[in-house]
Design a protein around this ligand. Structure first.
Ligand code: NI
Length: 200
């Protein structure tokens, strides 16, 4: 087991696209375990290989409510509850999609920032599981949102790319200028906004 380092925007390595996995080797199985462990250690609900500087199409997910989560069991949809989690998906692909939904998304690679993103509401996913078996399932709710967010990472995309052009540019320049709040001296992004307001 090993905790992996999570890259943060604007690290250019987050923009690299992942290649499909041809064979799930023992080394990749171990990597999948490390990915899950790193996700849990960071209190995340999803983590993509791209975020730990590995350009393969692998994502780890667990959207079930955990302690201190802002998401409760009652918030899980019936379809979401039927999907077994945690899960590691190799070569995940969305083969069907329907409807629209919005959620206040965050990302371990863009810590402390949350913005409303529009995604498909219901998706059908095809992937390989850790044993190389083909899996297909349909889901909605937070799991569907999270899967779309993680597949974006495999294509070098971040949720802050999916905002309006003005909002996207504003957040990116703010992060490039100020970095991320140090939890020791900044309570929230609002502190940084106050600094910025004072400067402009
Ligand atoms: Ni993310």
């Amino acid at each position: 087991m090993a905790l992996l380092e999570i890259l943060k925007f604007p690290d250019p390595r987050l923009r690299k696209k992942g290649v499909k996995v041809k064979e799930i080797t023992p080394e990749l199985k171990q990597f999948a375990k490390d990915l899950l462990e790193t996700m849990y250690a960071s209190k995340g609900i999803g983590l993509a290989a791209a975020q730990v500087n590995r350009q393969v199409r692998v994502v780890a997910l667990d959207t079930r409510p955990r302690e201190e989560g802002r998401y409760k069991v009652e918030d899980m949809t019936e379809m979401e509850q039927k999907v077994e989690q945690p899960m590691v998906l190799f070569n995940p692909e969305i083969v069907a999609k329907n409807g629209k939904t919005t959620y206040d998304e965050g990302c371990l690679s863009v810590p402390t920032y949350f913005e409303t993103v529009t995604r498909y509401d219901v998706i059908t996913v095809e992937a390989l599981d850790v044993d190389g078996n083909k899996v297909t399932f349909t889901t909605d709710g937070l799991l569907a949102i999270c899967i779309q967010h993680e597949i974006d990472h495999l294509d070098g995309k971040l949720f802050i790319d999916r905002l309006s052009p003005i909002k996207s540019a504003r957040i990116k320049s703010k992060i490039k200028k100020f970095g991320y709040p140090d939890p020791r001296d900044a309570e929230s992004v609002e502190d940084l906004e106050a600094i910025e307001a004072a400067e402009t």
